[in-house]
Write a protein of this length. Structure first.
Length: 153
């Protein structure tokens, strides 16, 4: 064992807890994908149609990667915790209903994300994107429209 590995092993663990601005969060899950310790995880509860971002305190090493990976800059890792603040077990950090494809019903993404995307796209005014369809249904619908136009024209 190298001296660096030894010192890293005996170093006291810094406590951290993710603070999320739920108004800005889209539920993209990049923070959970980039979390090397799996302290942040995405869960989909299909019976209830929910999407959750959960935090497991005992796995967190307060590295801050989750903060850096957030594209909306809505996640902050609070490192200076008061003794009563640390919660044991799993804490739900973000929860939202899943948006489903209007044609086939498969879950697509959290509703916060669809709201965020529609807001950005509506600013361009002349652009329409069928967010309510999954990629397969979007392609099928496009081909059906083209076939109808060719039949009429």
């Amino acid at each position: 064992m190298s001296r660096r590995e030894f010192l890293k092993g005996i170093r006291s663990k810094e406590d951290g807890f993710p603070i999320l601005n739920k108004d800005k969060c889209t539920g993209c899950g990049l923070c959970a994908i980039d979390c090397s310790t799996r302290a942040l995880n995405m869960l989909r509860i299909s019976e209830e149609g929910l999407y959750r971002l959960v935090f497991q305190h005992d796995l967190c090493n307060s590295c801050g990667i989750c903060e850096k990976s957030c594209p909306e800059h809505c996640l902050h890792l609070e490192k200076d915790l008061k003794p009563g603040r640390m919660e044991k077990g799993v804490t739900v950090v973000f929860e939202d209903k899943m948006f489903r494809c209007s044609e086939c019903g498969i879950p697509l993404f959290p509703q916060a994300m669809i709201h965020h995307l529609r807001t950005k796209v509506s600013a361009t005014q002349n652009f329409h994107w069928p967010f309510d369809l999954c990629p397969s249904c979007r392609v099928r619908t496009q081909f059906e429209r083209e076939r109808i136009v060719k039949t009429i024209g």
